[in-house]
Design a protein around this ligand. Structure first.
Ligand code: ZN
Length: 289
């Protein structure tokens, strides 16, 4: 519980609160992808690889630039915690916070996933989402959030006063990334970043602004598909929370494997070129002698 305010409201409190919000980042100046050009390739895709993500564990895969990747719900409602890296430079990775600032709390069809500073460029474009009908529900919930960070053993330890649980998404991602890259586990851990919560249904409570989750509406056969703007290394955990209807960081929820499919397109989207890294000069105004 948060404490009640100690400060008396000023006389113009109501007027101050009535000021209308403005959207932080006007997206009319944000370069938008030509979605039709991407989607025109979808009728002729060749499945080149299938990867199974075991429940309460994670797996990695590669998606060459210009290929499509589908994250598929296979056997039952299950949430996936996704990390993306530049396959050729693992320091460039998905930046959930800026993706959220630019696209909103949940991503879907036509949204682009951005990488961290100093690269800040789109690394993936969402080209299909079979849950796009969901929109926002009466609680303010929606799917595929870029709000939540990933379940992790440290928060679990805090909240359970000493718990040691090893199959949180953070640990699953860390193990899978270490296996793929050969990096020692503690070094691998530093590469794991805030996720895209694939299929997870979340929002903020209207009264207290608390992060909430509810049973994912995903069903077997549903998928989220994206186009790789650069060569990508994907790493995803099938969350121990299963459909995230009640809890995570435990072995009590029903969990299912997830399937990742990589598709080769017969050609590249009309007018497409791989996005270059950000043009900012990185001097931060400091004159270099
Ligand atoms: Zn999780």
């Amino acid at each position: 519980m948060k404490p009640t305010p100690l400060t008396e409201a000023p006389t113009d409190a109501a007027a101050r609160k009535k000021i209308k919000p403005v959207v932080c980042y006007p997206t009319d100046t944000l370069p938008r992808p030509d979605l039709a050009a991407y989607r025109a390739l979808r009728d002729d895709l060749e499945l080149v690889e299938t990867v199974i993500v075991p429940p309460r564990d994670a797996a990695t895969w590669e998606v060459p630039a210009g290929h499509f990747c589908r994250i598929v719900c296979s056997e039952g409602a299950q949430v996936g915690d996704l990390n993306l890296f530049n396959l050729n430079d693992l320091n460039e990775k998905f930046y959930s916070g800026k993706t959220r600032a630019l696209n909103g709390t949940h991503v879907g069809l036509g949204d682009q996933l951005f990488s961290n500073f100093p690269y800040l460029r789109p690394i993936a474009t969402i080209t299909h989402d079979t849950l796009d009908w969901y929109g926002f529900d009466e609680f303010g919930g929606s799917v595929h959030d870029v709000i939540g960070t990933r379940c992790d053993p440290y928060t679990n330890n805090l909240l359970t006063h000493g718990g040691q649980y090893h199959h949180c998404c953070h640990s699953n991602l860390t193990r899978a990334f270490a296996r793929k890259t050969g990096k020692p586990i503690h070094e691998a851990e530093t590469y794991i970043h805030d996720v895209l919560n694939v299929f997870m249904c979340t929002g903020f409570t209207r009264d207290t602004g608390q992060y909430f989750m509810k049973a994912s509406p995903v069903r077997p056969g549903d998928y989220l598909e994206f186009f790789a703007e650069i060569d990508l290394l994907g790493c995803m955990s099938a969350c121990p929370g299963g459909d995230c209807s009640s809890e995570h960081s435990s072995d009590t929820a029903a969990c299912y494997p997830m399937v990742v499919e990589i598709y080769k397109a017969q050609r590249l989207p009309r007018g497409w070129a791989p996005p270059s890294v950000n043009d900012y000069d990185c001097s931060h105004g400091l004159e270099v002698a």
